[in-house]
Design a protein around this ligand. Structure first.
Ligand SMILES: *Cc1c(COP(=O)(O)O)cnc(C)c1O
Length: 399
């Protein structure tokens, strides 16, 4: 039996350059971002400016996590208590969690066979619920038809917040992911595209929204120590009516991220080489289907999804077990019981009257998911595809 031995959860170590800078920051002892000397700019402020430049937007805020960024994005756009918020039926649990945390009511929208938000169902759910906010997850890096989704939203006056946890560095029709909606949120948690353990980045072109986000994040009245923020007058208007939800990023994590940001595009290319190799191998296996990716979607293949066509629940369990015994860690978002990072929409029971999503349920029933850490090489990807082929064949023999 062929087995694979590398772990799917091992990211690359931080570079010596990044480590050296982190040590320098620790030697200063000035770890909280507002602890600066006269005339000094903090690493957190520098990171924000550098990320805003990278994305080509005016404003950026670094904060405690991606989920926290989503939470304050909703508060910063002025979400009212109990207001409905549209979001993907297939996403990670911090997304409905952020909506709940901001006092909103998640309204789940169907996905299609290529894992993208279904624009037709979006329109229907928007009209039914009267929602004026969409939290759009580019889940697992699959960018939906942005023309169609933005048209549905513009027609109805819906404000879009993009969840770019899996699309940092990606583009759609040449435009950076995160520049379509009013606000974009990114995660720098270890398994995303930059790694500071935990962390989040929020970007926008809207001065009011940014000022609110900064004050929400716990800037006290020290917002003038930021770089990628609007003028003081904008803060003056909102500073006393905006609660402090304390969730800052510190200088140590910011320093770690600044060094990595320089290599982001290069790493995106490396991810796509690995993704391409895996995709090629998986496509050749009978009954295995890899989602189609439109030509104008410049994705970052930091994970791969595939479905085991026609499999029932029993076969799925057997397949995941078979892969696991051969060292290939396959995750399944369709299981009845949430496991690890995966959970299906019907396990978010705090959502009052959570609707059934027949399409999303059908798609998740056979959908497998794998991380692609950069510690893998092309040969590893070929081996993984072979292991999956053998696992599929073993099931066919036994059934
Ligand atoms: C990781 C993730 C988040 C939240 O990020 P954290 O930094 O872990 O809070 C949000 N959305 C998606 C789709 C994610 O994968």
């Amino acid at each position: 039996m062929r087995t694979f031995t590398k772990p799917f959860t091992q990211q690359e170590p931080l570079s010596e350059e990044v480590i050296a800078r982190a040590v320098e920051v620790m030697r200063t002892g000035r770890l909280t971002r507002y602890n600066t000397l006269e005339g000094e700019t903090s690493d957190a402020a520098m990171l924000e400016q550098e990320f805003a430049d990278y994305l080509g937007v005016r404003y950026c805020l670094a904060c405690a996590s991606g989920g926290y960024a989503l939470h304050i994005a909703l508060k910063a756009i002025g979400l009212e208590q109990g207001a409905p918020v549209l979001c993907n039926g297939f996403t990670l649990s911090p997304v409905p969690g952020a909506i709940h945390n901001a006092g909103g009511r998640p309204v789940l929208v169907e996905i299609d066979d290529n894992l993208k938000l279904d624009a037709t169902d979006l329109a229907a759910k928007a009209d039914e619920s009267g929602a004026k906010t969409l939290m759009l997850s580019h889940m697992r890096g699959h960018i939906c038809d942005m023309d169609a989704v933005m048209e549905v939203c513009e027609e109805r006056g819906i404000t879009v917040i993009e969840d770019c946890a899996h699309t940092m560095g990606a583009r759609w029709k040449g435009r950076m992911s995160g520049t379509f909606g009013k606000v974009a949120c990114f995660s720098t948690q270890t398994y995303k595209h930059l790694n500071s353990g935990e962390g989040g980045l929020l970007t926008t072109q809207d001065a009011q929204v940014m000022a609110r986000a900064v004050v929400h994040s716990g800037s006290y009245m020290l917002y003038d120590r930021h770089l990628a923020v609007p003028d003081a007058e904008v803060f003056a208007e909102i500073r006393l009516e905006t609660p402090n939800y304390s969730g800052r990023m510190d200088n140590l994590r910011a320093a770690i991220l600044r060094g990595q940001l320089k290599h982001l595009d290069e790493n995106c290319r490396r991810w796509n080489v690995l993704y391409g190799t895996l995709e090629q191998g998986l496509c050749k296996i009978p009954d295995v289907r890899v989602p189609e990716r439109p030509q104008h979607e410049e994705y970052v293949g930091s994970s791969i999804q595939f479905s085991l066509e026609g499999a029932n629940e029993h076969t799925m369990h057997a397949f995941i077990g078979e892969c696991g015994r051969r060292g290939v860690e396959v995750k399944w978002f369709g299981a009845d019981e949430p496991a690890g990072f995966t959970s299906r929409f019907d396990s978010w029971r705090y959502i009052a009257g959570v609707a059934e999503l027949p399409e999303t349920r059908r798609i998740l029933r056979t959908l497998c998911d794998m991380r692609i850490p950069l510690t893998f090489n092309e040969d590893d990807c070929r081996q993984i595809a072979s292991v999956i082929r053998e696992a599929v064949e073993a099931l066919r023999v036994s059934s």
